[in-house]
Design a protein around this ligand. Sequence first.
Ligand SMILES: NC(=O)C1=CN([C@@H]2O[C@H](COP(=O)(O)OP(=O)(O)OC[C@H]3O[C@@H](n4cnc5c(N)ncnc54)[C@H](O)[C@@H]3O)[C@@H](O)[C@H]2O)C=CC1
Ligand SMILES: O=C(O)CCC(=O)C(=O)O
Length: 530
Amino acid sequence: MPKVLVSDPIDQVGIDILSQVAQVDVKTNLPPEELLQIISDYDALMIRSGTRVTKEVIEAGNQLKIIGRAGVGVDNVDVPTATRRGVLVVNSPEGNTVAAAEHAVAMMLSLSRYIPDANQSVKGGQWDRKSFTGVEVYKKTLGIVGLGKIGSHVASIARAMGMRLLAYDPYLSMERAEQLGCQLVELDFLFQEADYITLHMPKTPETYHLINAEALNKMKPTTRIINCARGGIIDEEALVEALKQGKIAGAALDVYEQEPLQAESSLRSLGKQLILTPHLGASTEEAQVNVAIDVAEQIRDVLLGLPARSAVNIPGLRPDLMEKLRPYLLLAETLGNFVSQLAGGRIESFHIKLQGDLATNESQPIVIAALKGLLSHALQERVNYVNANIEAKERGIHVVETRDATVKDYTGSLLLSATGPLGTHSVTGALLGDNEIRITSIDEFPINVPPSRYMLFTLHRDMPGIIGKIGSLLGSFNVNIASMQVGRKLVRGDAVMVLSLDDPIPDGILSEITKVNGIRDAYTVTLPEN
Ligand SMILES: NC(=O)C1=CN([C@@H]2O[C@H](COP(=O)(O)OP(=O)(O)OC[C@H]3O[C@@H](n4cnc5c(N)ncnc54)[C@H](O)[C@@H]3O)[C@@H](O)[C@H]2O)C=CC1
Ligand SMILES: O=C(O)CCC(=O)C(=O)O
């Protein structure tokens, strides 16, 4: 009988489902060394946000087939290592949406009426009605940053409470925001206008410390801010200073840069203007039942040799088909991610063309992989092989899929084209040998480059000296070039330059590059580590 380790508190209903097919050991609060020691006995691991599933844990788990996260965020799992070792990672993208949204709204109302402090005061024997005069949310402006599943649910509750809704989400169409009753605005406008700001996006390099001293300075002294998304999106030190100096009126946090929150954190020293909860967003009976069923059923199915519903990293395909398609899935996902960044993220339409040997009906998973890549910059681990299609539809992306068996330059190749705020951009790619990915054209300019983590791409006029200027400019920002290639259709005509870089591309570099004589446009692309 297979063995499942449950290393965080999971609702009993999940344990019952797992017990139908496996021996289940529930061992919560395991020290990391102990988890490392025992993991090799297990075929599956089921967790919430408490267990850190590091590279070492996955490598030590030589029997491990699946890691199930009873919740959304898999930021406590080393997904690239799991993928490399063929370990499936599954989650429950929707099971706790309502719980997290209601927690954010509860935080907003608690902040407005000082409920936690008033409660504490009465329980402490006082009857103080003066210190807790609050404010109403009715007719106030709520700024929602991240208008995905949780943000949308918050919007519908807030609308019913008579609030005006602003939203910032660089990956969502205007139409979708309007359907949700939100005015899509720029971030600075939201900072300046909102009475309440609630955060509902993933933690990414882009969102890390999005709420820093500079952002807090733009807000009104009456603004209250709520974070039930991820720690690290708010710079906690800057928040403490802003609250102390009265730059904003209040904050409510459910998530922290370091969890559990450290005993000595300065957040603990603030008064009634700051509310802290210990990552309770998903802690409702209903959500815990939802996520436990969702994930336990997937673990059970995979242990029985069936596909999983919400695989974060590997699609649930027949093993023979999976073997054949695996390199192309990675190719499609990489190209999807690449072209979405060139097009500027807020994609309106997407065209995928399957060429050569890929122009068969068996290649459908490749289309899904390309959509997953297209949405992955926005949705991170919340997009998977199962929901990619639905997510694209819900975001109003018009998807067109075509096939052309007559293209024979490679055995099989893909052409992806996306239209977004930066216009329409296209990329083609193929495999070199069995599994080496090559980008073979960008915007119809022929090139031949492997994708790399940090890339810079320019559209320019082919003329002497231009490459040297870009090289020196990057040097002045301390960015090291790993490789460079130019593609052109005509000598001294339009051309593209693709640079693979060893270092992340600092803010401000693009505006400098576009000032170079001959450069028409410049784009940066960051791809996930593989
Ligand atoms: N406190 C808790 O217990 C819980 C926290 N969460 C967290 O809540 C957050 C939202 O979850 P969902 O709504 O399910 O995710 P989702 O994937 O449905 O929505 C996230 C939204 O953020 C947007 N986004 C991405 N980058 C952005 C950026 N730079 N600026 C603004 N928006 C950006 C995306 O376009 C997307 O619409 C996640 O961080 C998740 O981990 C989720 C459940 C429980
Ligand atoms: O499991 C939990 O309680 C945390 C939920 C969460 O943060 C998530 O699902 O992303």
